[in-house]
Design a protein around this ligand. Structure first.
Ligand code: ZN
Length: 349
């Protein structure tokens, strides 16, 4: 994957038209002249200069050494969405598939520490306890927000990406919630349709492709843990204690944790601009890995995943979740989302 990214095959970001040309050539000649896997992307130096200037505690060198690759996706303004896939190498039982973890920082571009801490954790990936898992790490989902003249929660379209995921009833609930509960707060604008934005659309596609068994989404500055999902929540990571603050139409936690039953841990760091101490950064990391090990069940090699088909894309004629969606509650209990959605309608609308 790294080789492909370096060679430009997946580099469909729009800021550098030459990459399209390179990609086409590369496909035609079957990539026979790929650079060595250790070579960084030529533009990584420049990207890391820009990113590290915004990220507390992360130098350009830290960024360059983080082994991020192109995903083929880009933000609205054409900045590449960078990620790193790290397969498990420390497996006690080869009959079990390693747990797949999707770790995301920087959905909100003005929560600078939420990306910095993900870069810090990338430095811990060689630890034995990390190598038991298959990681997919996306430190900056909203680069346009981070790199805006004044860092912004929103993407370049003025949309809160964490309200743009296709929760059931989005078309009805998200706009109403925005108007009635937030007073049309521009910082919480969900957009006009779910998955209307390249960043949320890419993440949704990536969830379908990677099929994570747990998602960790880092935010700031509320200093708590939030949790959505079908298993017992963590009580504390480092100094952060569980405080389930709410359910929002279009949020990742709501969409993945409640609707799709893939647990989402939302880590709210206590400060958006000042990093936790190194000791606290490490404590959160260790507690997080212990919780995942003890609470996210492994799958046998032959077992399918629990994820289900996704709703229709936003540019199709239908909007909102597809009627053909195959989701069913899996434990025979009343679907948590249905109850929550009904409660929200009774309470707020
Ligand atoms: Zn946030």
């Amino acid at each position: 994957m790294f080789v492909h990214a370096v060679s430009g095959v997946r580099g469909s970001w729009t800021s550098a038209p030459h990459s399209w040309h390179a990609a086409a050539v590369c496909v035609l000649i079957a990539c026979v002249t790929v650079p060595a896997a250790a070579d960084p992307h030529p533009q990584l130096v420049q990207w890391c200069e820009r990113l590290s200037a915004r990220l507390p505690g992360i130098s350009a060198e830290n960024c360059r050494n983080s082994q991020l690759t192109l995903t083929g996706a880009a933000s609205l303004k054409g900045f590449p969405i960078l990620a790193r896939q790290i397969p498990a190498t420390n497996r006690a039982d080869v009959a079990d598939r390693p747990v797949r973890i999707l770790l995301i920082g920087g959905i909100h571009g003005d929560e600078l520490t939420s990306s910095s801490i993900v870069f810090k954790w990338l430095q811990f990936m060689q630890m034995a306890e990390a190598r038991e898992f298959h990681w997919n790490v996306v430190p900056i989902l909203n680069p346009d927000g981070l790199l805006a003249r004044k860092p912004s929660r929103l993407n370049a379209n003025g949309i809160d990406l964490n309200r743009n995921f296709p929760t059931p009833g989005w078309q009805q609930d998200a706009p109403r919630y925005w108007v009635k509960r937030t007073g049309s707060d521009p910082r919480r604008f969900p957009g006009k349709a779910p998955l209307s934005e390249p960043e949320s659309r890419w993440l949704n596609d990536e969830m379908e492709r990677f099929r994570p068994q747990v998602i960790i989404s880092v935010h700031a500055p509320f200093g708590v843990l939030d949790f959505d999902g079908p298993v017992e929540p963590p009580r504390r990571f480092g100094r952060l204690r569980l405080n389930q603050v709410g359910v929002y139409p279009g949020s990742l936690g709501n969409y993945s944790g409640l609707h799709k039953k893939v647990p989402v841990i939302t880590i709210e760091l206590p400060n958006a601009r000042a990093m936790p101490s190194d000791a606290e950064t490490r404590r959160i990391w260790k507690d997080m890995l212990s919780w995942i090990k003890g609470n996210v069940p492994k799958q046998q090699e032959t077992t399918g995943t629990q994820l289900v088909s996704l709703p229709a894309p936003p540019d199709s004629k239908k909007s909102g979740p597809s009627k053909n969606q195959t989701y069913q509650p899996q434990d025979g209990k009343l679907d948590v989302w249905s109850r929550m959605s009904a409660w929200m309608r009774r309470t707020f609308f």
